[in-house]
Ligand binder design. Structure first.
Ligand SMILES: *Cc1c(COP(=O)(O)O)cnc(C)c1O
Length: 364
């Protein structure tokens, strides 16, 4: 098999070791004679898988005990509604949202259906290339929660450190959409009230969404919140209020075991830094390619870049594909290219991309 390097933003590349292990176990999980997809979610085998996965996630991500870890469905976009439905059951709910790219823009729009929403920061005024200091955001002292997208997958903007609301005297919990960088770096749990992530970027297959929510936030759901999406009910039933996405949970478990075998979050973070240094370094040293994001906010996971001559885009993509480097086309809203280099993208993949880029430039 000639496995290409897949730079897709999501669903995205999964570690080959994980795919091989899932493949080996597809029809017979641990001698049960059954595949994970066929098992009752109430049975002992799946119970072992779920509990093992929860324990590994808690250990690898160092999730404090006062957070519930939930497996849900609906992806990141559904959480844009599920979060307000779970937190806005208070008088005059107010949600402050920092818009740093397309994903937080969607969160802001959706939250308006449930709460009085304020734009805390508007990155559009800066072409989404940078983010103002949190102290300069328009934050309300009585906000119900503050929402940020901690890594903007399309614009390639990442918070290197999360907003410290407490330091600003704001007691509202911080909600982070960390769909596209979860498990790529440590989480500053002390700053977080709730974190959610669709799995298909860094954790496994599409169809399972992880939610990390402080237990103290479980009692403020709106009356209209569907039972299956109520964090309190889902938590009380260990993510089995209804049938959970069993196979996705199993795959997430394998990915976290893989992360642990890599040396955990510290080791994968070091690897991610090495990959980004290589790629941004090559882009910055060239006049042929450019990345316009403020270096203080450049994403380690999603690297958008433009060719100086946009007329060469199609040729770049065709030749990259011929070199086994796939899915480098940028999102239509920003154009150009985007290399998504999640945890599962090996350093050798980034080396191959950089050497292709340099060769492409040289040949013109
Ligand atoms: C991909 C992504 C989403 C959307 O996930 P869906 O599963 O398609 O709903 C939301 N937020 C961010 C930051 C993402 O990268």
């Amino acid at each position: 098999m000639n496995r290409p390097f897949n730079f897709s933003a999501g669903p995205a590349t999964i570690p080959l070791e994980v795919l091989n292990r899932a493949g080996a176990e597809i029809a017979d999980w641990h001698g049960t004679g059954m595949g994970v997809m066929e098992m009752s979610h109430r049975g002992a085998s799946f119970g072992e898988i779920l509990n093992g996965t929860l324990a590994t996630v808690r250990e690898v991500l160092a999730v404090p005990e006062d957070f519930e870890i939930l497996f849900m469905q609906g992806g990141g976009l559904a959480e844009n509604a599920i979060v307000p439905m779970n937190l806005c059951g208070v008088e005059n709910p107010k949600v402050d949202v920092a818009v740093t790219g397309s994903w937080s823009q969607k969160s802001l729009t959706e939250a308006k259906r449930y709460a009085d929403v304020q734009l805390a920061f508007d990155g559009k005024a800066h072409q989404f290339h940078t983010v103002a200091r949190t102290g300069d955001w328009a934050l309300r002292p009585d906000a119900t929660y503050v929402h940020v997208c901690s890594n903007e997958t399309i614009h390639g903007v990442e918070f290197q450190t999360l907003p410290d609301l407490k330091a600003l005297g704001i007691t509202a919990p911080l909600v982070i959409d960390c769909s596209s960088h979860i498990a790529s770096r440590p989480v500053e749990w002390d700053k977080v009230g709730l974190a959610f992530a669709g799995a298909q970027k860094n954790l496994g297959p599409a169809g399972v969404t992880m939610v990390f929510v402080r237990k103290s936030l479980l009692d403020q759901a709106m009356g209209i919140c569907p039972s299956a999406f109520q964090y309190k009910l889902v938590a009380a039933n260990t993510s089995m209020y209804n049938t959970p996405p069993t196979y996705g949970i199993y795959m997430v478990g394998l990915v976290f075991e893989w992360l642990k075998a890599q040396g955990g979050i510290a080791a994968i973070e070091a690897q991610n830094i090495a990959k980004t240094n290589l790629l941004y370094g090559a882009i910055d040293r060239s006049d042929f390619y450019r990345n316009e994001v403020d270096p203080a906010f450049r994403s380690r996971m999603n690297v958008p870049f433009l060719l100086a001559d946009e007329a060469l885009n199609e040729r770049f993509l065709a030749e990259a594909k011929a070199a086994n480097l796939l899915s480098l086309k940028g999102h239509k809203s920003v154009g150009g290219m985007r290399a998504s280099i999640y945890n599962a993208m090996p350093l050798s993949g980034v080396e191959a991309l950089v050497s292709f880029m340099q060769d492409f430039e040289r040949r013109l």
